[in-house]
Design a protein around this ligand. Structure first.
Ligand SMILES: *Cc1c(COP(=O)(O)O)cnc(C)c1O
Length: 433
């Protein structure tokens, strides 16, 4: 399979090239040349397949031409060593719980898959060590670090702003050891991001070591997110609730929902999508007006969705050839203030006993307000409420139990390297690695 750039000016790339490069040279996002349709027979039996079996069929459509069947199967099965169950919240609203992976957020799926795919390419081509640089404000660093932990041939450097990530988040990438190094930068997130960008542009450094990013726009992180849409459908079909299925996705950078849209192109019978935004309502306004006006993000309690210029908008635009009417007939949008998000978390807990995290709350509320007669909705519960423990406890007035997996990180010993925000210091450090 070849991958083209949404900006149309870069050369087509192989899967290996697209994974190592992340972004195309014209700054566009990679798209597969063909999105294969899956056969009727697959959808006929999907409700009887396991998550791993479903995912492998989808992975084969994306990557089957580039990775031998046995290897791809191994990668998929290793990636998905946890469940993504659909859980009933009300009669016609279900939660797709994507927080049963190692760092309790959906980003585990893409990060684990990408790590294994990159590991395969490195081994096959006998490349020298690849170094992944990732800047994080919290969640991405933990998913990437844990996804790549112990993968041979890859070393990960996580750059994070000192004192600006929560204790729970910090321990998820500073206690791992092995091939993961945490760099504690004396600055803010933007400084970390600038260090990473400068590193990719520095010729001498790139001569010295092979650098790559594990950014969420990478096709190997993005496409595997389609797996759980198929599995959600399978579970709803088993419950005889799949006829008029609406999928609702709490969205920030719009990678997650775009993977679902790909699923629909592959034949997945989803009636329509809802993109739930917090106060960062750029996509919501695009749907209303046809104008895409990015602006600086505003801070909210659903902070993983605080994005003012969603990267994957370029993929949605490309998928529908820029046709606003087509996009808005497939996807509707909502936007919520922090007060509305908090109110939803509280009311849902009181009325149903289901504990939402602030991101999932946007999804749940959007379904409550949007479902039509005869429709059934599934929202993506993108993170475990314990990841936002104090916020959730303040809102619902109850203690949130911390899952063992998360508690285990907190027992580990923190190890990090102190770093200034000065690029020359960062470069000197890497040149000595
Ligand atoms: C990253 C993230 C999102 C947003 O997903 P996108 O693919 O960027 O739209 C939503 N919720 C949580 C918990 C996240 O970590």
């Amino acid at each position: 399979m070849k991958y083209y750039s949404t900006n149309g000016k870069a050369d087509r790339a192989t899967l290996h090239e697209a994974v190592v490069k992340g972004l195309a040279s014209d700054k566009g996002l990679y798209m597969p040349e063909v999105i294969k349709h899956l056969p009727e027979s697959f959808f006929d039996e999907i409700q009887d397949l396991t998550f791993q079996e479903v995912a492998y069929r989808v992975a084969d459509a994306f990557f089957g031409e580039d990775v031998p069947a046995e290897t791809l199967k191994q990668i998929v099965y290793d990636t998905l060593n946890f469940d993504c169950p659909v859980v009933k919240v009300t009669d016609n609203i279900y939660s797709l719980e994507l927080f049963h992976g190692p760092t309790l957020a959906f980003k585990d799926v893409g990060a684990r898959f990408m790590a294994r795919l990159l590991g395969y390419f490195i081994k096959k081509e006998n490349c020298k060590q690849v170094n992944v640089l990732v800047a994080t404000s919290g969640d991405t660093g933990s998913a990437v670090a844990n996804g790549f932990l112990g993968v041979e041939g890859i070393h990960v450097y996580v750059l994070y702003p000192k004192g600006k990530v929560s204790a729970i988040q910090e321990c998820q990438f500073t206690t791992l050891g092995q091939n993961i190094t945490a760099l504690e930068v004396d600055g803010v997130f933007d400084d970390c991001q600038a260090l990473v960008k400068n590193a990719f542009m520095d010729a001498e450094l790139n001569e010295h070591m092979k650098l790559t990013s594990a950014n969420s726009i990478n096709v190997a992180r993005f496409l595997p997110q389609a797996f759980y849409y198929f599995y959600a459908y399978a579970q709803m079909k088993k419950l005889s609730k799949a006829d008029n299925l609406v999928m609702c996705v709490p969205s920030g950078n719009f990678g997650n929902i775009t993977a679902g849209l790909f699923g629909k192109v592959m034949g997945l019978p989803i009636k329509r999508f809802v993109a739930a935004n917090n106060a960062n309502d750029i996509f919501y306004n695009y749907l209303k007006t046809g104008q895409y006006n990015p602006r600086p993000s505003v801070q909210t309690i659903a902070n993983a969705m605080d994005v003012g210029d969603p990267s994957n908008f370029a993929r949605i635009y490309d998928l529908y050839k820029g046709n606003h009417a087509a996009i808005s007939s497939e996807i509707s949008g909502t936007t919520y203030t922090d007060e509305q998000i908090a109110d939803t978390m509280k009311t849902c807990y009181q009325e149903t006993g289901y504990m939402l995290d602030p991101h999932g709350a946007c999804g749940y509320r959007a379904l409550c307000e949007n479902l039509k007669e005869g429709e059934c909705g599934v929202f993506l519960e993108t993170a475990h409420p314990a990841k936002f423990k104090t916020t959730v406890e303040d809102i619902i007035g109850e203690t949130v139990a911390v899952p063992n997996k998360l508690a285990a990180f907190m027992k580990g010993e923190k190890k990090s390297v102190e770093m200034t925000k000065n690029f020359e210091d960062f470069k000197k450090y890497l040149m000595n690695e």
